[in-house]
Every structure is written in C-alpha cells, then in structure tokens.
Design a binder for this molecule. Structure first.
Ligand code: HEM
Length: 521
C-alpha cells in the first residue's frame, strides 16, 4: 500500500504529554488483560473501576468480544449500566438494552439524542452524509434519499439486477464449487456479490468482483477496514485515536490507506460511468439513469466532498448489512436442516410452476415470487434478531434527562444501545432466546408474521431514522436464499471457530467455510 504524507495540522500539541502517558498506560494493561483472558475461561464480568483509568481497561480488554461482554454485563445489571474512563477524556458512557429506554431515545424524546459531532468525526469519510448528521439537514437528505430509493424505475432495476446476478454469476459459480467439491469462504463471496449489487445501481457500472477469477477486492477490503477502525474509535476516548491519527500510526495509518483506496475506486467508477452514459447518448445528467444521476442536477448536492461522502455511505449501507446477514443465514441454516426443509416446502408450490433454466438447469426464484413468503421472512428476522449487522448504536445526550429505567443521563454523555444484546433478552424473547427458531415469528397457523415493535427489534433502527433500504434488502436476501437452497445443500466445514469480528459490522472474524452439493430434485 502507498503511504500518505502527514497533512494534519498539530491540533493537540499542548496536550501531547497527557495523551502519550495515556497510551503508555493503556497498552501494557491491554497486554496483561489479553493474556489473562486468553488463559482464563472465566473473564471478569463487571467493568472494574481502576484508579486513574477507571473502567477503560475493562472495556479495552473485552474489545475482542465486546458484544457478548455487554450482553453478560447488561443481563446482570438490570439491562443498563454506566461506565466511565479517565478524567479529562470525556468518556462517560451509559450502556442499555432496555426497550423502554430505546423507545425514549429513538422516538419519544428523539431530538435530545442526536448522533452528535463526535460520531461525525469517527465516521469522517461519510462526513455531511445522512449517516453522520442530525436535525433539519438530516430530515431534508432523508426525504430526498427516500424518494430516490422508492422510485419505481429504481426498484424495478434493483429487482432485475439481483435476479440477473443470481442467474448469471452466483449460481454458475456455486455450480462450479459444487462440481469440484471446493470448500470456500461464503462470507467473502457474499461480500463480492453485494459489492457488485451496491455499485451497479449507483453508477450503472458492474465492477465484477463476483467472477470466476476472483479479482482483487481492494475497495471492499478498504470498506471492512473503515468499519473495524471505526469500532476502535467508538470505544476509545477520542483523544487516544486522534493522537494516533496525528502520529499516523496503528489503526489510523491503516485507515488513511483505506480512505485513499476508496477514493480511487469512486473516481474510477465515476470515470467509467461517464464513458458509459456518453455511449448511451450523453444521458449522464438525465435523472433515472442510475442513483448518481438523481443528485447531479440538485444544487443541494453540488459539493464534491458531499457527493463523495454520500457515495461511500450508500456503499456501506447497501453492501455490508446484507452481505453480513446472508452469511449468518447460511451458517444457521447449515446447522438446522429441518429449517431448510420448511423453506423448501414453502418454495415448492412456486417451483412446481417453473421450468428449470440457465446454467445446469437450475430454478431461479423471481423477487416477485418470494415477496409473500412468510416463513422465509421469519428466517431473516430470526437471523437479524440474533445477529444484527449493526450490533451497536451510539447516541449523544444533548440535555440532562431521566430514562424510563430511572437512570439520569447528563449533557455530553455517550449512550450505547446494544442491539446484539437486545435480541438475547429472556424478558422479550422467552427462555429459549438463545435458540435459532424462526417459528417464534409465526402466528395464525403459519399464515402471518408476528408483529414486534421496532423498539424491541431494533435491527432496522426505530423512530424517524428507520432504515430506508429495508424492502430492498429483504428482496435481495429472499432471492439469493431461495435460489441457493432450492439448488444446493450447504455443508459447514468442521473445526471452524465462529465468532464476530470486532467491527461496527457484525462480520465473522474468520469467515465461514462451506461446501456445496448440487441437489438432485
Ligand atoms: C439487512 C439489511 C439492512 C439492515 C439490517 C439495515 C439497518 C439499518 C440501521 C440500523 C440503520 C440506522 C443506522 C444509524 O443511523 O446508525 C439504517 C439506516 C439506513 N439504511 Fe439500512 N439496513 C439494511 C440495508 C439497507 C440497504 C440495502 C439500504 C439501501 C439500499 C439501506 C439504506 C439505509 C439508509 C439510507 C439509512 C439512513 C436512514 C437515516 O439515517 O435516516 N439499508 N439501516
């Protein structure tokens, strides 16, 4: 990778000795804690309140399994707890999974809990885009994006695009893997697939990551890096990562490189888009060509940096979430053959009216055909309950407030909402909350989906900032899962250690290695 010159002005020179001391203290403690937790099967449960550093060492020591750690602590602390870091760092955390608090934060008193300036700094590559802003600017951007994502031409194009990619790229590749008996990393394949699926409607260009020769996927890896480094930034006092950025070391150095790689990718796509649209009769600036065309003539989005931030935001929203969820779906289905049988039974009436077509005479399920399938949707919701792709939400407190749980929060506090932990609450989901069981979503003899309010099932967020891509995501996931499961059996390779990666996206740390067998129907 190329290295970047240091262009940051010296912002923290007066405080430098304090930050240096902090890093020097934290690193040895992190080392000791990591060693201790590797040796012990019984890691510390509650954050220890150390002198000077307070609870920072406990958080740092548990970064590698933070979601399970939060789940444990939240279960033992009545669903909410406080944590604080060293004095002067501004690290005052309130961590919760209490649905009543969630409703208060996301809906009832929503304006008092913005994302805030710190969040925008953490996700600086998306600065100015909907993911990092609050208030009226966010409302305006949301209205625009909502109208684009729900426009019939785009929905039709995304449905057709997904179906074509499944037929012409995914199933032929799966057939090849099955016929050669090659084990492969399905997480990487889903990441390639969704990278293409996100890029095509955005620029009208297919980067072709999902192809037989498995081309380099630098931009996709750069996106993973951004989410991993953001996770570190989210959990650290901001002075710590800002010092590392200033020194251009460690994760911050990796991040600079990732930003550069993504910048180059966006520039290349915009160039290729220009060539394509010129070929189509100079339609580059006509609305309805692709998502990008809907913003080109709008003066609100004339700024190049904002356009760049919005492109990256869209790529992260549309690729990471769906690709990650699909990997967890395949993992859980491979472990539960009886659930796979129920899905196939639900697909049977549709399949009986179809004629196999395409490579290896396989059945493809159209997005329209799977729309009404209740059990398949229950499988998706059950996966999103236990493995929400965005496992942790972060909010700021704008003014002093009292939570429904009785906890006081103060101006400037940071709130973490553990979605991962919310899906594992006995009080909401029952004693079998840790079991993967899509039936919990089914009511009325299998004909309807159980309604669970979004402040209890937060995977797509709640309140005025709900996800704008939910329908598109469900359509894509149903098309991919139906077509894969009808044509193939998915087999997990033995001996894998399945655990989430420390990242803002709940990817698997070591990927997921599977083997496919072509079904004889
Ligand atoms: C399994 C799939 C998905 C899940 C679980 C999901 C989840 C979420 C969550 C939790 C948020 C709130 C993020 C935050 O503000 O911190 C969000 C926002 C958003 N999502 Fe999704 N998402 C998914 C797929 C998609 C797709 C495919 C698109 C686009 C095609 C999309 C577009 C958006 C947009 C534009 C927002 C911003 C809404 C706002 O801030 O007002 N999402 N999503």
């Amino acid at each position: 990778y190329p290295t970047l010159p240091i262009t940051m002005p010296i912002l923290f020179s007066q405080e430098l000795p304090i930050y240096t001391l902090l890093v020097l203290l934290v690193l040895p403690l992190y080392y000791l804690y990591s060693r201790a937790s590797c040796r012990s099967n019984n890691p510390a449960v509650l954050p220890t309140n150390w002198p000077i550093l307070h609870m920072l060492p406990s958080l740092v020591a548990n970064l590698h399994n933070l979601h399970d750690y939060f789940t444990l602590v939240l279960a033992r602390s009545g669903h909410s707890f406080r944590a604080h870091g060293p004095p002067g760092t501004g690290m005052r955390l309130f961590v919760t999974r209490d649905p009543a608090n969630v409703r208060h934060i996301f809906t009832t008193n929503y304006t008092n809990f913005p994302k805030g300036a710190e969040f925008a700094a953490i996700f600086d590559i998306m600065s100015g885009s909907i993911f990092t802003i609050d208030g009226e600017p966010a409302r305006r951007q949301r209205t625009k994006i909502k109208s684009v994502l729900s426009s019939p031409w785009l929905v039709a194009r995304m449905e057709a695009g997904c179906r074509d990619k499944v037929e012409n790229s995914l199933l032929p590749l799966f057939t090849h893997m099955a016929s050669t008996g090659t084990p492969f990393n399905v997480q990487e394949l889903m990441s390639r697939f969704m990278f293409d699926m996100a890029t095509i409607p955005l620029f009208g260009v297919d980067p072709g990551l999902l192809s037989w020769d498995m081309p380099p996927m630098d931009a996709a890896v750069a996106m993973d890096t951004i989410m991993e480094v953001a996770f570190f930034r989210v959990m650290m006092p901001s002075s710590c990562w800002k010092l590392m950025r200033w020194l251009n070391i460690g994760t911050e150095r990796k991040l600079q490189v990732a930003h550069k790689v993504l910048g180059e990718f966006v520039r290349e796509m915009l160039e290729r888009r220009k060539i394509n649209t010129c070929r189509l009769g100079n339609a580059e600036e006509q609305e309805g060509v692709d998502i990008r065309s809907c913003f080109i003539n709008d003066p609100d989005y004339a700024d190049d940096d904002l356009a760049h931030a919005m492109i990256i935001s869209y790529m992260l929203a549309a690729r990471d979430t769906v690709g990650t969820t699909l990997t967890w779906v395949f993992y859980n289905l491979a472990k539960n053959p009886s659930i796979v049988s129920i899905i196939r039974n639900e697909l049977s009436p549709i399949a009986s009216h179809k004629v196999a077509s395409g490579a290896g005479a396989m059945l493809i399920f159209e997005p329209d055909e799977t729309k009404s399938l209740v059990y398949l949707r229950a499988v998706l919701y059950e996966t999103l309950r236990l493995y929400p792709p965005a496992p942790l939400e972060r909010k700021m407190v704008a003014g002093n407030d009292i939570m429904p749980s009785g906890h006081e929060v103060h101006t400037g506090d940071t709130i973490f909402i553990s979605l991962y932990s919310m899906g594992r609450m006995e009080g909401v989901w029952g004693n079998d909350c840790l079991d993967y069981n899509p039936d919990r979503w089914i009511v009325n003899d299998g004909n309807n989906l159980r309604y669970v309010p979004s402040h209890k099932f937060l995977a797509f967020n709640s309140g005025p900032r709900m996800c704008l891509g939910k329908d598109i995501a469900i359509m894509q996931m149903k098309t991919i899962i139906a077509s894969t499961l009808w044509n193939f059996d998915v087999q997990l390779m033995e001996g894998q250690s399945i655990q989430p990666k420390p990242s803002c996206i709940l990817e698997m740390k070591n990927g997921l290695i599977v083997k496919l067998n072509k079904r004889v129907i």
